[in-house]
Design a protein around this ligand. Sequence first.
Ligand SMILES: Cc1cc2nc3c(=O)[nH]c(=O)nc-3n(C[C@H](O)[C@H](O)[C@H](O)COP(=O)(O)OP(=O)(O)OC[C@H]3O[C@@H](n4cnc5c(N)ncnc54)[C@H](O)[C@@H]3O)c2cc1C
Length: 475
Amino acid sequence: MLVRETIRKLSAIVGRERCRTDREDLICYGYDATDLHYSPEAVVFAEDVKEIAAIVRLANETPFYLIPRGAGSGMSGGSLPVRGGVVVALSQMNGILSIDTENLVAVVEPGVVTGHLQAEVANLGLFYPPDPASLGFCTIGGNVAECAGGARALKYGVTKDYVLGLEAVLGTGELVRTGVQTAKGVVGYDLTKLLVGSEGTLAIITKVVLKLLPQPESRRTLMAVFEQLGEAITAVTRIIGSGLLPCALEFMDQRSIRCVEDYLNIGLPRGAGGLLLIEVDGVTEGVTRHAEEIRELCLRERAQRVDTAGSEAEADELWQARRAVSPALFRLNPDKVSEDITVPRNRIPDIVATLEEIGQRQRLGILCFGHAGDGNIHVNIMIDRSDSDEVARTKQAVKEIFEATLELGGTLSGEHGIGITKTPYLGMEIDEIGLDAMRRIKTALDPKGILNPGKIFLDSNERAAVMGKLWKTRR
Ligand SMILES: Cc1cc2nc3c(=O)[nH]c(=O)nc-3n(C[C@H](O)[C@H](O)[C@H](O)COP(=O)(O)OP(=O)(O)OC[C@H]3O[C@@H](n4cnc5c(N)ncnc54)[C@H](O)[C@@H]3O)c2cc1C
């Protein structure tokens, strides 16, 4: 419990206006994109690295917990204050500090909204490829902390492939600068990569040096409609196997298509069993040729039709359908259990068949969509938490889905991270030696366990509490 004196000291660091303890803020900053809630004891809106270093030092002296937070759009509970403490909101540190058009490097503060950075660099003919579907509101700091991916990961990789260097405040309060501002650099351990994906448990990121690319000359978006999901998935394997590399290769199953159509009413084929959204980019002649080759290939694989967007606006409309899947699903049922398993690409047909089998056996509607090109499948089970039997069957289904994923050589999370929602399952994928090595890194950089406690690692008492919260029944 924070004492009044601590609040006074925090206010002295950031000013009274930016240190909030009113009920409204404590409620709002206790949520993210999961349906979990944990209330913080205070929220501070940091404006610069000096304030953050001072806050972390104070937290060590007192002590109290700190929970870094970007936009709170995380899907695994990473920004939730599970043990109380102070949320450090980074949304006001949102400056684009420089865009170097000669060296193709941008330096930004962590609170910059990803889509805003993309638009700013695009104005200069440059390209920042990572494109989480949440890019309209999520922040670069959150993307770095989660190593966010997106539809373009197939060709361009994920956030870690674009982070050249970082400035961050470690759990000790020390300021560390990692990496380089150059295209290459191999001096010392790669602390940049260590911090990317560390989910706010090792350091608070205060500045990010990002690699940019030239804007591709042209881009073509296609939508291929299949009677059966299996045909769509076969087409994915054929496209990749043919040596073509689209920048995005997304799929939606029948239930997802219907949900989006009911939600947006944009003319999606409600009867289709599977839909692929494919984008190719590069030099114009290559794009035209590759788009045509992909179109023909999809038709050979029994696509009922393949539409090609004729303009940016039409392409945006097709992407709108894909980005709307997540919110659209709530038309089915009030509660969502969402996983983002990833399997080797050529095992997608196997995992899709297994998901179907698990869904039938557990009597659950499992919806799939996601990044077919890189094997990252968003598995959504829409349930009603007032039905305790349905909750129990969902819990069992999730365990079986994780087991099947690992058996196929996959991983439990492609991009959403462990946060708290996957903590009870971490040991299924990482053995005790690996976990112990990670715990030792945590202890070295955050010896008092100040930063984002209860994330990634759990002790046995917490495990039961987290499982209880994850699989709660609504009365
Ligand atoms: C509709 C929707 C679509 C989504 N689509 C995608 C997708 O396509 N791909 C994808 O990868 N994710 C997706 N997400 C998940 C989410 O948007 C990403 O994980 C995103 O990176 C989180 O950014 P944020 O700013 O909201 O971070 P938050 O949710 O605020 O925080 C996420 C984690 O990062 C830590 N953190 C935040 N800022 C910092 C910092 N400066 N220093 C240290 N730690 C920090 C937090 O402590 C927390 O652990 C989606 C979410 C929604 C709601």
